[in-house]
Design a protein around this ligand. Structure first.
Ligand SMILES: CC(C)(COP(=O)(O)OP(=O)(O)OC[C@H]1O[C@@H](n2cnc3c(N)ncnc32)[C@H](O)[C@@H]1OP(=O)(O)O)[C@@H](O)C(=O)NCCC(=O)NCCS
Length: 194
């Protein structure tokens, strides 16, 4: 499946994307300082590598299961690809949350939270994040969703700006709930009506 944007498009992740994903998981990892960094705090280098390897393995299994998925089948995420040179620059994905805005593997799910990562610093702040998230939101609108959520933390200015620019509104602020690099930040859940 492919979803058109102006300068980029979203498409299904392929097994051939895994090499690039491995690079972003293990080498070009600056983005992890922004995407739920508290999950990595205090972990040794070895534990981080192990965690990344496990994630890549899960992703590979998920891709293998979804090979040949019909266009009507539900997509958890997509690769973000720049039309110029057909270059992948990141991904969008989603997960379920409960009515307490906590991650759930589907049990007591209240809603769907969307997220995205543009790993290379040189690809950021060029409007690609906004374009990709808009295209992803459109995907959910097309398949009948009436609302979406997104979650971040108050220290992630880029994501806060992006969410607010696209019309997401804060529905829960957990003051000083997150410790990142020695400072306390608010955990934020945003909601968007589609
Ligand atoms: C968050 C992220 C996806 C944003 O993508 P992007 O392509 O850099 O964002 P855009 O260029 O579309 O900019 C969107 C808005 O954020 C603002 N912005 C971008 N980078 C910023 C920064 N470092 N500080 C403050 N504002 C920033 C832009 O000015 C723009 O706001 P505007 O339209 O009001 O001018 C990207 O920075 C990223 O992948 N970061 C690392 C991973 C991450 O944090 N993911 C989110 C997890 S919740």
């Amino acid at each position: 499946m492919r979803i058109e944007g102006l300068r980029l498009y979203l498409r299904d992740t392929r097994l051939s994307d895994l090499e690039q994903r491995r690079h972003w998981e293990l080498i070009d990892t600056e983005w992890k300082a922004w995407d739920a960094p508290w999950e990595y705090e205090g972990l040794s280098k070895e534990a981080l590598v192990l965690e990344s390897e496990r994630y890549l393995e899960r992703l590979k299994r998920r891709l293998e299961r979804s090979l040949g998925l019909a266009d009507t089948g539900f997509r958890v995420g997509f690769e973000i690809v720049l039309k110029q040179k057909d270059r992948p620059i990141g991904w969008v994905n989603c997960y379920e949350i409960t009515d307490r805005f906590e991650w759930t593997p589907g049990i007591n799910a209240m809603g769907t939270a969307v997220g995205l990562v543009i790993p290379a610093v040189s690809d950021r702040a060029k409007g690609y994040g906004a374009e990709a998230l808009l295209a992803y939101i459109d995907y959910f609108r097309t398949i009948g969703y009436r609302e979406l959520y997104t979650q971040t933390w108050s220290g992630n200015r880029a994501m806060v700006c992006l969410a607010e620019r696209l019309g997401f509104e804060v529905i829960e602020r957990r003051r000083n709930s997150l410790l990142v690099r020695g400072a306390r930040y608010d955990g934020l859940t945003y909601r968007l009506e589609l």
